[in-house]
Structure formats: structure tokens, C-alpha cells
Ligand binder design. Structure first.
Ligand code: T1G
Length: 693
């Protein structure tokens, strides 16, 4: 028997144990071991029942994602699953941790299923561009019905054990030792002479209207995604075909998803998220400072959002505003945000009060003397930051972590306002801070390893995707988006309309168009950033002027009802701004050009390749650790479509030689901003990709 699967005889029961850390993924050795174990149990007359448990922290968490894209190795998981269900001896799966994907499919093939109360079960394959490919789309509907099966399979979200019990996925909630609980179940089955109970033999009630509605919902809510619609087709097959044919149809659809370019992109994103937690030169066992309490300086939109991040995970947080009415307003906004969740049904009123009870409004810095972590979220002015950090340095206890939420100012300069620069770090949240998962952890020159490790851990505790970045203007995401936004404005001056630019980018898959985003964040902020950047421009680097025209006209975006678009009566739906045409004509004239039609393809290339070129510089300067970190930032902070893997994954897929050739053409036509990044030229010369870095 393989080491990853062991069998123990417990009287007339075979106890099968899977031991494949860290998550008991169903790699080849596990599949082979499981098949052998169940076949041996079947053949051995003295064995009358089988119990399946897993060692470590979780039941099998799915197929081994690292194997996708490689030549398949027999036995396949469907083969294992079918052998388990066909056994003539009753089998019990004992679930703990997260039984996900193929892990749940193995459990569904077992005849009975029990779980610890804090276990979860789910079929998350859709999140990595796949669908349950080992019977999940055929067996789950037979257990829980079409509606619940569609919800679980198309969303990919897990359900907790009590809910799974209610759904009929589990037969019981158990406690204590997994093996003992399983053996007790098996004993009861034998005493009651209850044999195999095969899910595959159950019937499933079709519901054409429900399936049609789900299909329509997926087409509307998940445009561009390939696998969700295949999930619906597979579940539909379960309602129309006998099991064997349904399983065959599932395999066909699974293969289509496996071959889809989206699967590779989504799996790249999955591993990128885990890779980001690893920081070169920072050992995984670096000591971290415990954060039992936090404080946020500034009760604006960001400050309130950040305070909610802590309250939402149960960490008490003080919110400091120096003006009582501003503090009241901030606390009211925190309540309003939670109230909206209660109204949506995603938060109970009791939980809301508990969370709000963790946010304590304070009016003076003395109240911060005992907190473990302070995050400054005040106005983006270095003078204001100086005042704040000098006060923090004076009142906070030794060892407190002092963080800035600055989105682009020089963290090293901020750290120098204190006597403890080693305790200063950047925690750049993205608005709305309590919703967006991305957190750029900015490592200053003086930031200690302990503080950096602590910041990464607090990011994980806040359920953020924490990515370590270096200090420069805009760090990684904003530095790249400055280029992207600039190109969008240049394209307007050259002849495109905001609607055309934004539609071309949305059609590519961006969550929002570049100009709609600028209107949302406020053109005054863009204008201030540009004013700060102007003195540092290199020769030949000109700036578009349409933003200056809008700013001069007081058109600052949604907040004033007009910007690149009009927002009549406070509507959030962008409409054409007639005043823009004259501004664009004036901008074009100032550049000595005549506006003319621009193709959508050209729009997408100009915007995307400006991201790629700047990212290459960022990687070359060591501001980002790896290409996948850059992808992760854009997938989780800027609405880049996950099914394209991120700007650099996408560039690799296009071919860097093609990308560089286009950038060189743009350099000829549009000047200094398009100077090809040296790293990009090196990669192309060496025949390498960003993924090879
Ligand atoms: N395959 C390979 N490696 C995996 C893995 C998997 N399924 N899941 C996790 N890992 C690695 C991960 O890369 C990391 O590695 C370590 O385990 C800890 O993970 C046929 C086709 C289970 C909830 O999609 O959701 O079954 O960085 O940091 O936060 O129908 O991992 O340490 O080197 O995420 O405690 C379906 C994916 C597969 C589940 C644990 N299953 N995994 O979270 O730890 S497709 C999934 C997770 C499938 C069948 C189909 C989470 C977790 P390293 P972690 P965690």
C-alpha cells in the first residue's frame, strides 16, 4: 500500500486513511492508493464495511491542481469514484476541514457521509475555470435537487456542515476522533444490516424553467466566463440522462473546460495568490507582533472602510477624528455600511451591533497609547502625514506598528518623521476598503523584517490578498494605472470618445472603463497627482490636457455630476458630456493633431501595453517581487478579468515579441512614454516570458 493511503483492519471494518499533506490533494499516488484500498476491501471477505478518513487538517480538498495541463495518469478520479460507489460493502466518509472538488466527489461516491460541525463541503471547480469532473454534477443534484446543486456548482461556494446536513449531503454531524466516529457509524450500519446506498442510483427531478433561468443568470452575471455555462449544461444532463450517459457528458464538458485558455489563467491566479505570501529573504518563521487592537486615523471613506475591516474580523479598533462632528459622521457611515449588509441579508442585526461595538470613536491621540497597530488614512499631503506621524511617534507604545494607507506618497519620507522608522510600513487599501480584497504592503527601506511579516499576517487576518511592494510613486498598481489612464486620455484627444474607450476595455473584460473609473474616483484627485508628477517628467513626456480643461470647468466626475461623462440628477449611469467635444478639440489643437477615428483594437493595445511596459520597469527595479504579484494586484484591485490571468500572464500568452514590436511602433508614433522597458527587451532577446522570471 502507498504511504499516502494506508489501510487498517478494525475487526470487520477496513479503515482507509489518506495522508497527503498539506491538503490531501487527489494526486496520482492518492488516486492509485484509494483504488487499491477499495478494491482490496471489496475482495476481502472478512471486510464487511469501509471507513474513509484523512489525516492532517482537512479531508481531500480536491484534485491536485498542479497536475492540470500535464499528461493524465491512470487511474483517473472518475475511475476511482465509480469503483467506490460500486463497492458491495457500505462505506462511510468522515469529513473534516474542507471537502472540496474531487474530495467531495469521493465522499459522494461513498454510501454514507458524516462530518465534524465545523467542516465545509463544496465544488469550487468553477473558480478555476473547470467543473466537477468526477461525478459531482451528476450525484449532487441526485442528493440535494437541481436548484441547490446549481447554486453550489455555479457559485463554487462551500456550505457549512449543518447546512450540508439539512441539504441531505451529510447523514450526521459527529465529534471527537474521526476514525472512531467513522467506525461507530459503520458498526451501526452493520448492526442495522444497512448495505450500500448509491447516490448514482437515485433519480433527480428535472426543472427546465429553473435551468433556463440559471443559464440566463449566468449569461448576464458572468459574461465572458466559459465554465459556468458548462456547469449548467452538466447539471441539465443529470436531469435528462441516465447516470452513465450523464457522467459521459460531464467528462466531455470537463474536457472542454480543461482545454479552455481560461482554465490556465484562473489556475495561474490561484497559485499567484499563494505565491504572494512568500517574500524573498523573509523566512516563513520570522517572528510576528501580535495585533490585539488597532486604530485608524481619519474618518473619511478610507478610514471608515479600514476600521470596518478590523471590526469585521473581531479586532477592536479605535477611530480617531479630531473634530467631534466629523467623528459622529464617520461612526454613522460605519453604521450605514453595516445596515446595508443587514438589509441585503448578508449580516444579522445582532452581528452588526457586535461589529460596531468594536469600533470606538476617539478624539485625541492619547487614546492610542496602548494599541498594537495604527493605520493613518488622512489627506494625501506630506505635511499632514508629518503631523500625524510625529504625534503617533510621541504617544504610541514601543513596538506598535505605524502604518500609512498612502496610495503613492514616499513611505521612506513618512517613516523619517518618526524615531522608529523600522516600525513604519505601508498598508495600501483599495476603496471600498471593507470590500476590495487587495492590500499592497509597502516595505520601506527601514521597515524591519518583523514588521513586514506582521503586516503580511494582519493582511491575511483581514482576509485580504496581501502583496509586498517597494517604495516608488504609486507603488505597483497605481504606478501602472497612471500610464493606463494617461493613454486613455491621449486616445480621447486623438479621436476616440469616452464611451468608445470604455466599451473597448469592458469588451476586453475590464470590470469598468478607464474613464468611468476616473469619474468615480474624482478628477480632482487625478489632477492633484498630475500636478505632483509634472516636475518629474522626463524630456519628451507630455501630458494630455483634457483633464485640465475638465478641472478648470469644475467637472470633477460623479461627485459634481459631470466629468468625462454626465451624471444627471446624481445618477451613476454615465451619459455623454457635450462639453467634452470642444475641450478635446482644444487639446488636439494644442498637440498639433487632428482628431480622427481610432479602432477598438488600438485602444485596447495602447491601454494594456502601457501596463505591461510599466510593469516590466517595476519588476526590473525590484518594486514587485514577481510577475504573478503584478497580475494579482491587477486582478484584485483594478478589475482586470481573472479569466485572462492578469496583464503579464496575458502578455506572455500574446507573445512578448509581438508586444514589444507594438510598443516600439508606439514609441515611434507617440514618443517618450513608449520607451521600451529594458527588461522587456531582454526577455524577448532571450526568448523568455514574464513567467520565467
Ligand atoms: N491542489 C494542489 N495544491 C493545493 C490544492 C489543490 N487542490 N489546494 C491547496 N493547495 C496547496 C496550496 O497551493 C498551498 O501550497 C497549500 O496547499 C495550502 O493551501 C476532478 C477537477 C483547501 C481551502 O479548488 O481552496 O477537484 O503555497 O494556502 O488557506 O472535480 O487551498 O503551501 O506550497 O490555500 O488553508 C478543486 C483549492 C480542485 C480547492 C485551504 N479544489 N484549495 O486553504 O491553504 S479541482 C479546490 C483551496 C477538482 C475535480 C476537480 C484552499 C483550501 P503552498 P492554502 P488554506
Amino acid at each position: 500500500m502507498s504511504q499516502v493511503v494506508r489501510v487498517e483492519r478494525q475487526g470487520d471494518v477496513a479503515l482507509i486513511k489518506v495522508d497527503n499533506p498539506p491538503v490531501n490533494a487527489l494526486g496520482h499516488a492518492v488516486r492509485d492508493g484509494l483504488l487499491r484500498a477499495f478494491r482490496e476491501a471489496e475482495a476481502y471477505a472478512a471486510v464487511r464495511a469501509v471507513v474513509l478518513v484523512c489525516e492532517g487538517r482537512t479531508f481531500m480538498a480536491g484534485a491536485d491542481i498542479k497536475e492540470f495541463g500535464k499528461p493524465p495518469q491512470a487511474p483517473s478520479l472518475p475511475e476511482v469514484v465509480e469503483a467506490i460507489e460500486a463497492s458491495s460493502k457500505p462505506s462511510v466518509a468522515v469529513i473534516h476541514g474542507t471537502a472540496l472538488g474531487g474530495g467531495l466527489e469521493v465522499a459522494l461516491a461513498c454510501h454514507y457521509r458524516v462530518a465534524l460541525v465545523d467542516a465545509q463541503v463544496g465544488l469550487p471547480e468553477v473558480k478555476i475555470g473547470l467543473l466537477p469532473g468526477a461525478g459531482g454534477t451528476q450525484r449532487l443534484p441526485r442528493l440535494v435537487g437541481v436548484e441547490k446543486a446549481l447554486e453550489m456548482i455555479v457559485s463554487g461556494n462551500p456550505v457549512k456542515a449543518p447546512q450540508a446536513l439539512e441539504y441531505g449531503i451529510l447523514d450526521a454531524i459527529v465529534e471527537g476522533d474521526l476514525a472512531e466516529a467513522g467506525l461507530a457509524c459503520a458498526r451501526r450500519l452493520l448492526d442495522e444490516a444497512r448495505g450500500p446506498r448509491r447516490t448514482g442510483e437515485r433519480q433527480v427531478q428535472g426543472d427546465a424553467a429553473l435551468i433556463a433561468a440559471k443559464r440566463a443568470e449566468v449569461e448576464k452575471r458572468m459574461p465572458g466566463l466559459f465554465s459556468p455555462l458548462r456547469c449548467v449544461e452538466a447539471v441539465e444532463a443529470a436531469t435528462q440522462l441516465p447516470l452513465a450517459d450523464g457522467l459521459k457528458r460531464e467528462r466531455e464538458l470537463f474536457q472542454q473546460c480543461l482545454e479552455s485558455p481560461q482554465r490556465a489563467a484562473l489556475i495561474h491566479a490561484f497559485f499567484a495568490e499563494r505565491e504572494a505570501a512568500k517574500i524573498a529573504g523573509l523566512p516563513a518563521d520570522t517572528p510576528v507582533r501580535e495585533v490585539r487592537s488597532a486604530a485608524v486615523i481619519g474618518g473619511g471613506t478610507m478610514g471608515v472602510g479600514i476600521a470596518l475591516c478590523f471590526a469585521n474580523v473581531g479586532i477592536p479598533v479605535k477611530l480617531l477624528e479630531i473634530d467631534p462632528s466629523a467623528l459622529d459622521g464617520a461612526l454613522q457611515r460605519a453604521r450605514g455600511t453595516c445596515q446595508a449588509s443587514v438589509e441585503r441579508g448578508s449580516l444579522s442585526a445582532e452581528a452588526m451591533e457586535k461589529r460596531l461595538g468594536l469600533i470606538q470613536g476617539v478624539l485625541d491621540y492619547e487614546a492610542l497609547a496602548d494599541v498594537d497597530l495604527v493605520i493613518e488614512a488622512v489627506f494625501e499631503s506630506m505635511e499632514v502625514k508629518r503631523q500625524v506621524f510625529e504625534r503617533l511617534d510621541a504617544v504610541c507604545k514601543p513596538g506598535a506598528i505605524l502604518a500609512s494607507n498612502t496610495s503613492s506618497l514616499d513611505l521612506d519620507e513618512i517613516a523619517a518623521f518618526t524615531q522608529r522608522p523600522q516600525d513604519v510600513v505601508g498598508l495600501h487599501f483599495f476603496s471600498p476598503a471593507n470590500v476590495m480584497r487587495l492590500l499592497e504592503v509597502v516595505r520601506g527601506k527601514a521597515t524591519s523584517a518583523e514588521v513586514l511579516a506582521s503586516a503580511m499576517q494582519i493582511g491575511k487576518r483581514l482576509k485580504k490578498i496581501a502583496v509586498a511592494v517597494g517604495v516608488c510613486d504609486g507603488f505597483v498598481g497605481n504606478r501602472m494605472i497612471f500610464q493606463y489612464g494617461r493613454q486613455a486620455e491621449f486616445l480621447l484627444e486623438e479621436g476616440a470618445s469616452p464611451a468608445q474607450v470604455d466599451k473597448a476595455l469592458r469588451d476586453f473584460g475590464m470590470a469598468m472603463g478607464a474613464l468611468a473609473v476616473r469619474d468615480l474616483s474624482g478628477l480632482d484627485i487625478s489632477h492633484a497627482i498630475r500636478a505632483r508628477q509634472r516636475p518629474n517628467l522626463k524630456p519628451g513626456q507630455t501630458l494630455p490636457t483634457v483633464l485640465d480643461h475638465l478641472y478648470a470647468a469644475g467637472m470633477l466626475g460623479q461627485k459634481t455630476g459631470a466629468g468625462f461623462y454626465l451624471y444627471p440628477e446624481g445618477s451613476r449611469t454615465p451619459q455623454e458630456n457635450p462639453a467634452l467635444q470642444a475641450m478635446l478639440e482644444a487639446s488636439a489643437a494644442a498637440r498639433g493633431i487632428t482628431r480622427q477615428p481610432v479602432s477598438d483594437e488600438h485602444i485596447v493595445e495602447r491601454c494594456l501595453f502601457s501596463l505591461v511596459n510599466e510593469a516590466a520597469r517595476i519588476l526590473d527595479e525590484g518594486i514587485a517581487q514577481r510577475a504573478s504579484d503584478v497580475d494579482l494586484i491587477f486582478l484584485n484591485g483594478y478589475g482586470f478579468p481573472a479569466w485572462r490571468g492578469g496583464p503579464l500572464f496575458h502578455a506572455d500568452r500574446l507573445g512578448l515579441d509581438h508586444v514589444l514590436q507594438r510598443i516600439r511602433e508606439f514609441h515611434q508614433r507617440f514618443g517618450a512614454w513608449w520607451e521600451p522597458a529594458p527588461l522587456l527587451e531582454r526577455l524577448v532577446a532571450e526568448g523568455r516570458r514574464f513567467a520565467d522570471l
